[in-house]
Design a binder for this molecule. Structure first.
Ligand code: AMP
Ligand code: MN
Ligand code: MN
Ligand code: MN
Length: 285
């Protein structure tokens, strides 16, 4: 079953393949009414997304996906409804973009040492303010060092692989605080994608809520029904609202296709009640 809401999407401003305009056109053609563009550690695409949304009659909520650290692990926090011009956003973005650029140089050096074309890959992503491992994976593929993006993660960039570089992202609590200071609300992204036990996940959700977080992604792209049940249980037990987001980077990957998401279960309060007109609220009635 499809839903009219998608609050986790990427564009070419981070590691998506569509420009903000092309993404919004895809959303309009997929029956989405309310969306947030949530690029990694940048709000560079927000104005373009807003303009395309206004032209096509969609509701656009300003968004971002911030990388954060919790007990030494990387977690992703989606900020929704924030002011992209707020000083807290500027500071959060500047910090992470600096870390990303330094990490990109470290990844390139490790690739070179491991016999892969790291410097050549780095040259290809030099124009990106917030370079991600996805950019490296694509560059390595183009340079013939991997058959595709998945293989590049598997061979070089994934956890425990030769060019994996852990980043010292800002702490979870400071990340949530930055989103709140910018007038937004914080959503714990794809809770089942972290290598955590069920107990650790509950501890994470509790720490997130204690820091001022309000929702967890209950429906994410590619999630099986039992995973949605698990994420729903986490939201309900932790006193958090629910969000829905495809995490689409590339519409050619069908499991992340916007407009193909399951509906948010009625047991949880939808985070988008804040912005959606009454018609979105009634989706859950
Ligand atoms: P970064 O924030 O630079 O560490 O990059 C993380 C991004 O890499 C994620 O948002 C995904 O888009 C992508 N990614 C992580 N692991 C994989 C994987 N195994 N296959 C494909 N993409 C991945
Ligand atoms: Mn990504
Ligand atoms: Mn993520
Ligand atoms: Mn994402």
């Amino acid at each position: 079953m499809s839903t009219a809401v998608d609050l986790h999407l990427h564009s070419t401003c981070s590691d998506g393949v569509l420009s903000p305009t092309a993404l919004v056109e895809l959303l309009a053609g997929s029956g989405i009414d309310l969306f947030a563009l949530t690029d990694h550690d940048t709000v560079a695409g927000q104005a373009e997304a807003q303009a395309a949304a206004a032209r096509l009659g969609l509701e656009c909520v300003c968004g971002i996906e911030l990388s954060a650290r919790w007990l030494g692990r990387t977690v992703h926090i989606v900020g929704l409804g924030l002011d992209p011009a707020a000083p807290a956003v500027g500071a959060a973005v500047a910090l992470r973009q600096g870390l990303r650029q330094a990490r990109a140089r470290a990844i390139a050096a490790r690739l070179d040492r491991a016999g892969a074309p790291g410097s050549a890959a780095l040259a290809r992503l030099a124009t990106h303010a917030a370079p991600t491992r996805t950019h490296f994976a694509r560059a390595l593929t183009e340079l013939g060092a991997a058959p595709d993006v998945a293989a590049a993660f598997q061979r070089w960039l994934g956890r425990g692989k030769p060019a994996h570089v852990a980043a010292e992202w800002p702490e979870l609590a400071a990340t949530v605080a930055a989103i709140v200071a910018a007038g937004g609300c914080a959503v714990l992204a794809h809770p089942l994608r972290y290598p955590l036990s069920a107990g650790q996940r509950r501890t994470l959700a509790a720490a997130f809520r204690a820091a001022g977080g309000v929702a967890v992604e209950v429906v994410t792209g590619g999630a099986a029904p039992h995973q949605i049940e698990t994420a729903l249980g986490l939201a309900l037990r932790s006193g958090l609202e629910g969000s829905v987001g495809s995490d689409c980077h590339d519409p050619a990957l069908p499991w992340h296709r916007p407009g193909r998401l399951a509906k948010l279960p009625a047991a949880v309060v939808p985070v988008w009640k804040r912005w959606g007109p009454a018609k979105y609220r009634s989706l859950e009635a």
